[in-house]
Design a protein around this ligand. Sequence first.
Ligand code: ATP
Ligand code: MG
Ligand code: MG
Ligand code: MG
Length: 468
Amino acid sequence: MSMSSAEIRTAFLEFFKERGHQIVPSSSLIPGNDATLLFTNAGMVPFKDVFLGTDKRDYTRATSSQRCVRAGGKHNDLENVGYTARHHTFFEMLGNFSFGDYFKREAIGYAWTFLTETLQLPKEKLWVTVFEEDDEAYEIWAKEIGVPEDRISRIGAKDNFWQMGDTGPCGPCSEIFYDHGEDVWGGPPGTPEEDGDRYIEIWNLVFMQYNRQADGTLDPLPKPSVDTGMGLERIAAVLQHVHSNYETDTFVALIKAAAAAVGTEDLQAQSLRVIADHIRSCSFLIADGVLPSNEGRGYVLRRIIRRAVRHGSKLGAEGPFFHSLVAELVRLMGDAYPELVSAQGRIEKALLQEEQQFARTLQRGMSLLEDAVADLPEGGVLAGDVVFKLYDTYGFPYDLTADILRERGFGLDQAGFEAAMAEQRARAQQASQFGEDYNARLSAETTSSFSGYSEYEGQATITEIFRD
Ligand code: ATP
Ligand code: MG
Ligand code: MG
Ligand code: MG
């Protein structure tokens, strides 16, 4: 069977509607009920207060396709984008939720039925994990569903125990993986090779059954709940018989549009994947009211836009191109997300403006570089902190600075640059200890929660491209 992303989304929601779930539209990427969270990063976010019992709905079962962003904050997949087959900054999480209604047995049964009957996935391609102490889930998978025991693994708390915060609702998870086959590198869940792209986690079932007290004890919840999340792009890859999310319908179309916009014919270029990913997160963030700025959410948005622009220039883009991809995105996703359609003009304008401003910033960076170089003796070495400032403040890739200096017969203090970079990373790490508690600190230390793009990924044509 082959299904489009739109068909899968509909099939999922209908499946759960038939089983008594209320279809709830996607919420905004800006969490309305949680000032501590950077972006909506899971389907359960809009239901957080329902799980906590402080919000009541007139349903006890819900299903949604929630738009999510994982860039910055506790879950940051930005640096995975373009490198793994399965990570995006923006993705859609299909979920079903039980608020004190059904529990493990039904949640596992629904997931299995949807995958193997509705979507007709071959059972032998599916692997599952349970939390190491969760014998109940293990037994359901092994005895009731009939998954062979060599395809069930018990995993520790790091990956298979979920909690909302240091206290409050929490519980074990069970994850379902799909085996993409021998021609893809990677190992089964729980092995050192699991980070490869062969066995891909498609669905995570969270069984909220405890309330963690301040002293760490776990009190059973009187009415346990369920929260599940399946990445639409990952299941689309499975159903479209491709090994990478970037080869699914939505991404192929975006990659083609991006290739045309930057003027390359190499559809395999990794940079195109990055651009195709980033146009989605940037557009949806702007649709939800974020604008590029120097702090907080706006800063994260700015860095994503610049990363995309940088990759475009790497491929030879001559001038602003990123904003021109919005039309294709609206064509692809507008039906499912009407808010994207009405925001189209606003998104294009904001992106174009940022592209132009980035061009000017790059020029200012050039003049800073010129000034710094003017003070150097013949054959001198540019200090690492200046190189870092160019990188961090002016968005100059390390390689670009290195190239310009080399052309003029100067050197560069690489160790100093790396030290400055390491210092920034240490700050970022400190900030990430706040975990989900994204807070006011982010605005004070704008670079902190966002370690940005890999520091050596620039290329030399960028200044020419952005010259007015
Ligand atoms: P992974 O281990 O692959 O990073 P995860 O365990 O962090 O995934 P969960 O937090 O369990 O992911 O989210 C539920 C589901 O959402 C995952 O099973 C996956 O299908 C999907 N998902 C998670 N992160 C991403 C992402 N960055 N891009 C696309 N889909 C994602
Ligand atoms: Mg992850
Ligand atoms: Mg995982
Ligand atoms: Mg998971």
